[in-house]
Design a binder for this molecule. Structure first.
Ligand SMILES: Cc1cc2nc3c(=O)[nH]c(=O)nc-3n(C[C@H](O)[C@H](O)[C@H](O)COP(=O)(O)OP(=O)(O)OC[C@H]3O[C@@H](n4cnc5c(N)ncnc54)[C@H](O)[C@@H]3O)c2cc1C
Length: 285
């Protein structure tokens, strides 16, 4: 089922993000996690795409497992920064032949030789969106950044670029993770003022360990609210309590978003069924 069809029957969707294996030998253990996650009956499950593009077959394989064996709506991520136009066309054909009709169109992080790239690549996600829409088969999602994309000088400019991308045919957006819901609400207001009206699903990454949150802060500069800082400090030497506090915070965050009419909650599960289960159990479903 297409994600836009799901939205016609439900006000708010719950989705899980998983990552595919990088090698054949890791496939079975990831398949087990994906099966456990699908058993919670999310509205859709998305499968990430390896930055360099070299493991794209696993994205298709896991998305196909979700759709064709686990009877769950699948959303395949696809990035264009390191994948040629020809390879993109092959992957889209492969998704189509596996009945996967939802794609998250992303640029991906830039390879080091970006400035010397030829016309063999789509340079921005909006070009990929335009290309995928030509098939007339896929629902197309895209990424957005409540705290501004790291390469853009200002949130205003980033939202202008987002509007151009959405106008190329984006059906829904999924946000970068955030921990301060006020940042999300303010972003939605700014987007709507600029004329971006497609559904937006809030990206939620439950904090489960210190290393993970340190990495997030260093990569994206995400704002960490006082409440989160307090439990990070309090439980810096107590991984179990930190894990519990992180999940409790995620539940609180999700419930506040639902109370305020969010159109979807997209949980970055890190392939951990317990994370998804805890957040789901805390939600009024
Ligand atoms: C929900 C979500 C899922 C993700 N999944 C993956 C994944 O599976 N694999 C992966 O490798 N990465 C993934 N990413 C990371 C993403 O690929 C990076 O953040 C990447 O740097 C930007 O991708 P984008 O699609 O947002 O790019 P774009 O929308 O192309 O934007 C990139 C930058 O270019 C600017 N820009 C856009 N259009 C224009 C224009 N017309 N002129 C000038 N500037 C412009 C934007 O403001 C922004 O700064 C994901 C991110 C999110 C939020």
């Amino acid at each position: 089922m297409r994600i836009t069809e799901k939205l016609t029957v439900k006000d708010s969707l719950v989705s899980f993000e998983v990552f595919p294996p990088k090698t054949d030998s890791a496939f079975d253990s990831i398949e087990r996690s994906v099966r456990e996650l699908a058993a919670f009956n999310p509205d859709f499950m998305s499968v990430t795409y390896g930055a360099g593009g070299g493991t794209s077959q696993y994205t298709v394989k896991i998305a196909s497992l979700i759709k064709n064996k686990l009877d769950t709506t699948a959303l395949a991520h696809l990035t264009c920064a390191s994948t040629t136009k020809e390879q993109i066309a092959d992957i889209l054909e492969s998704l189509k032949s596996n009945n996967i009709d939802n794609v998250l169109a992303l640029r991906g992080d830039l390879p080091e030789n970006f400035s010397s790239r030829s016309g063999n690549y789509y340079d921005y996600a909006y070009e990929l969106v335009t290309e995928i829409k030509k098939y007339g088969y896929f629902d197309v999602g895209a990424a957005c950044y409540p705290e501004c994309h790291t390469e853009c000088d200002s949130l205003e400019k980033d939202i202008e670029n987002l509007k151009k991308k959405v106008d190329c045919g984006v059906d829904f957006l999924i946000t970068q993770l955030f921990y301060d819901n006020d940042v999300f609400y303010s972003f939605i207001e700014k987007m709507r003022k600029k004329g971006v009206f497609v559904p937006v699903f809030a990206g939620i990454m439950p904090i489960t360990n210190i290393k993970q949150i340190d990495r997030i802060i260093s990569l994206s500069g995400t704002k960490i609210p006082d409440e989160v800082n307090a439990f990070l400090n309090k439980y810096s030497d107590n991984p179990e309590s930190l894990h519990k506090a992180g999940l409790d915070f995620a539940v609180k965050q999700v419930n506040d978003l639902l109370k305020n009419g969010v159109q979807g909650v997209h949980i970055y599960t890190m392939n951990k069924p317990l994370t998804a289960e805890t957040v789901l159990k805390g939600m009024p479903r």
